[in-house]
Write a protein that binds this ligand. Structure first.
Ligand SMILES: [Zn+2]
Length: 77
């Protein structure tokens, strides 16, 4: 009976969904209230995430997690 409800609970608690690729914009055209996380190569045609960031931070919730959580724990030295 409750299977569908439980499915949605898997994603609700801790996981932040990656913003849609459709939101991505050229870095040069990103405004003040969109995520500035560079997708792919940071060259002159760099594209950033573009997800709305209503609180004026540099990154959306999804990329803030990536930026602030080291991807290689134990390799700090
Ligand atoms: Zn982002």
């Amino acid at each position: 009976m409750n299977q569908l409800v439980r499915m949605s609970h898997l994603y609700a608690a801790d996981a932040v969904e990656e913003p849609s690729p459709k939101l991505r914009v050229p870095f040069a055209q990103s405004g003040a209230f969109v995520c500035k996380f560079i997708i792919g190569e940071p060259n002159d045609r760099a594209v950033c995430c573009g997800a709305p960031v209503p609180d004026g931070k540099s990154w959306c919730a999804f990329h803030r997690k990536i930026v602030f959580e080291p991807t290689r724990p134990g390799r700090l030295r």
